[in-house]
Design a protein around this ligand. Structure first.
Ligand code: GDP
Length: 480
């Protein structure tokens, strides 16, 4: 960029005479109209304590860069509410717990609010807020994670005390572990006859969820979601965990966050619930959301009340987008509508191109190259088999594989057909799926095809081990 002494003096808020004098002392003789080269500008700017880094061509469409830690100012960080997902086996009481919390602790009640399902809400305890995602279950959780939105800070694992650890309990544990979120265990239904909370605690120790009294660090709370017993204690524990995590956000930057859910409303157009993760979102803000864009027209909280701004960890329902984004898409507020539009259109274009030549998923056929390209330290695998004995045998043998220091990482292993949850976990973890004497459900099969997840089926353990080892060595015979 060409710049003369006069331009530079304006930029640095200094007298031209002063600049000329400084340059003279550096051995450079100039007048005020003389253009300066980059090095001179840099030396001079450095002298004034300014980094004169030439602004790199910003990639407008790369909104992920706004999610780097560096994108916020340490000094402006303020504590924010934790974001909690409730997971657990079907019928163990997730919905009952969410409903109870909503009824009793939601910030509603405040003048004419009618609670609406927008995909998330905030509950309050002792003046502190907790944000709950109210689509229970790990499918939604992992789908969002697969799109890059790691919005959950804490997982509450609900386990019914009269039923104990069940297959989806284990799935939920593995999903939470894969996402790296701490788990708080809510042992539910303690009001029921035949409830055995201690049995649940014993069972969970096998999954590294060990209470403090046994030397572990997992928080267990015995509750009755139906009666509301100890639910406040659960909230307290969530806040305690949040304190440990030191959750903070910068409310001063342009807002950014993730889409929780979205749909097309006949009257209002695309309606989405977003969670603000940094900054403060305002009505009127120009935004890029996933592969679309718009300007925030209206903003409502979970009580259907119109609000003008939303701070970090607040879920809000927004209108004003051009298209319906997907759950897990990220959003970023841009400087103006023009750049929002440009970024949105560019992202849509790139997404189309990516679909055309997508091959970023891990498959056995390409494993060897992918391992090298991505410098993989381990090969993630999801294992499903017909009986527990086969699961254990397969996992045991897979864990023994080691090729040039690279090992197999079994992200999840269980008995049963390959289901949608397995496929979304595989997608989120970049894993391949090995089925031993099992098949996928029709839904899982469709989803795997759409997501290009590699599923392999075996009936001889040795064949599975052999294929994985060969693939890691780049010696897998292609199947035609
Ligand atoms: P979800 O599938 O995990 O969402 O489970 P639900 O919340 O739908 O609960 C399943 C059943 O368990 C319902 O009939 C609830 O009324 C019942 N339930 C949930 N929590 C409790 C509890 O604390 N005590 C008792 N006795 N029943 C409960």
């Amino acid at each position: 960029v060409g710049m003369n002494v006069q331009d530079l003096s304006k930029l640095l808020h200094r007298d031209t005479a002063e600049i000329i004098k400084k340059l003279f002392l550096l051995g450079i003789v100039t007048n005020q109209n003389q253009s300066l080269d980059e090095d001179t500008i840099e030396i001079l700017a450095a002298d004034y304590g300014i980094e004169a880094k030439q602004k790199e061509e910003e990639d407008l469409a790369d909104i992920d860069r706004f999610f780097d830690d560096a994108a916020v100012n340490e000094e402006n960080l303020e504590p924010r509410a934790p974001v909690v997902t409730i997971m657990g086996h079907v019928d163990h009481g997730k919905t009952t717990l969410l409903d109870y919390l909503r009824k009793t602790n939601v910030t509603a009640g405040e003048a004419g609010g009618i609670t609406q399902h927008i995909g998330a809400y905030q509950a309050r305890l002792d003046g502190r807020l907790i944000t709950f995602l109210d689509t229970p279950g790990h499918a939604a959780f992992t789908e969002m994670r697969a799109r890059g939105a790691n919005i959950t800070d804490i997982t509450v694992l609900v386990v019914a005390a009269d039923d104990g650890v069940q297959p989806q309990t284990i799935e939920a544990i593995n999903h939470a572990k894969a996402a790296g979120t701490p788990i708080i265990v809510a042992v539910n239904k303690i009001d029921k006859e035949g409830a055995n909370p201690d049995q649940v605690i014993n069972q969970l120790m096998a999954y590294d969820l060990v209470p403090e009294e046994y030397g572990g660090s997992t928080i267990f709370v015995k509750i009755s979601a139906k009666m509301g017993q100890n639910v406040d204690q659960l909230l307290e524990m969530i806040l305690l965990e949040a304190d440990v995590l030191e959750l903070k956000a910068d409310p001063t930057v342009p807002a950014r966050g993730s889409v929780i859910e979205a749909r097309l409303d006949k009257g209002r157009g695309p309606v989405s619930t977003v969670l603000v993760q940094q900054g403060t979102l305002h009505v009127g803000d120009p935004v890029v959301v996933g592969n679309t864009y718009g300007r925030i027209r209206t903003m409502q909280n979970e009580n259907g009340q119109d609000i003008k701004e939303a701070k970090p960890a607040t879920p809000v329902q927004i209108t004003g987008l051009n298209e319906v984004p997907s759950a897990g898409d990220r959003f970023v507020v841009m400087a103006d509508e023009k750049s929002a539009r440009a970024a949105g259109e560019e992202r849509a274009k790139r997404a189309r191109e990516e679909v055309r030549n997508s091959s970023s998923v891990v498959t056995l056929d390409t494993l060897f190259n992918t391992m090298a390209e991505k410098a993989m330290k381990s090969v993630p695998v999801v294992v499903k088999a017909d009986v527990q004995g086969s699961v254990e045998a397969l996992v045991g043998s897979l864990k023994k594989i080691e090729v040039d220091g690279v090992k197999v990482d079994v992200v999840h292993a269980a008995v049963g057909a390959i289901n949608e949850s397995d496929v979304s976990l595989a997608e989120a973890s970049g894993a391949l799926i090995i089925g031993f004497n099992v098949r996928p459900t029709p839904f899982a099969k469709n989803q795997a095809q759409a997501d290009k997840i590699d599923m392999r089926f075996y009936s001889v353990i040795y064949d599975a081990i052999d294929d994985v080892t060969a693939a890691m060595k780049g010696k897998l015979e292609p199947v035609y």
